[in-house]
Design a protein around this ligand. Sequence first.
Ligand code: ADP
Ligand code: MG
Length: 384
Amino acid sequence: MSVDCVLLDLDGTILSTEQLVIQVARAVLEKYNRELTNDVIACSMGKTPLHAWQSVTDMLDLAVSPQQLYDESEVELTGRWQEATYLPGAYRVLMHLQKHGHRLALVTSTSRDVLSKKIQNKELLKTCFEVVVCGDDPDLANKGKPAPDCFVKAATLLGIPPQRCLVVEDSPSGAQAALAAEMQVVYVPSLRGTMVPSSPKISSLTSLLEFSPEMYGLTPFDDSISQCIPMSLDGVWKISGHVVKGFGRGSKQLGIPTANVDALSVATCIPAGVTGIYIGWASVTKSSDTVYKMCCSIEYNPMFENTEKSCEPWILHDFGDANFVGQPIKLLICGFIRPESSDFESMDALIERIHLDADIARDALDHPSLLQYKSDPFFTHHSG
Ligand code: ADP
Ligand code: MG
């Protein structure tokens, strides 16, 4: 059903605050002579801030209350919100909708004061919204999400009936609020496994790179390159990790070898909710400066109760019997092909699709806007 406007949430939908929170946590712990190790980060990810601090104090044997650490980090975060970056696809969606004259509103639980800090250095966010509804608007006191009031208010200010509004949300309570307001919803969960009421009015995406405006009567995107969405506008992902052993499925079952990147490097570079099939560039050893085309799947690994995300590049080059396990690997992911899918009719259908993905990668990566990343300093700069 066509819509006349799009109402978007801010935190976790447009802006990613994850990396910022890690940096701040690191600084807070330094005061207590503790180091935020990778193990602790891995264990705290996806938890609510207070629960995350609880795991930190447990794991690092700290005699400070989680509440105290939480309070300290909040103070620090207040001064650093402008460092938050755009979530994948968000900048592209906003630019596109604005350019084509579609009406936009921001509906956030953030206070107007904190909002101004968060968007301080983000020109697009300062100009693209016709209406901005904030959590501390006096008429919304005690009517936060999941109550529908904030969305109803935005629609009223725009003069558009709820049925003609599309809401973009990452939280279950936000999605509930939008449904209660009788609006259509694009749900882009920022955390894995969060539940949302099932309704024909909701469609779920793993990131805004999957958003199809034409499904809602809005102008379709026109920037794809060989069936692939370039990520240049939102920022590419640079992962520097090492190759770990997988389950031996790639070569044996599919005839397609994939080098598995260590889970922590993946978790710290790619936002939690994101999965799908991507393309980009890869290098596999420190000594070699050769950068190859690659196609990779990013998905939650069923072997680890869906808590560990795997990133498995198929490097589009014949290395013979070479084995990279234990070696450093660098990936620069710069394009999105499709969401992951589990409904292939047969193993052959899956293999055929993976070969098509590789063909798309070979073709798209020759395009100047993606070819430029092959010579990115990321590949030639050796740290450590
Ligand atoms: P696993 O389950 O361990 O990932 P695979 O059968 O997928 O097993 O084989 C992956 C291994 O194959 C990688 O770890 C790497 O050492 C090697 N390999 C050889 N050629 C390639 C290639 N072109 N792309 C990715 N990995 C390759
Ligand atoms: Mg593999």
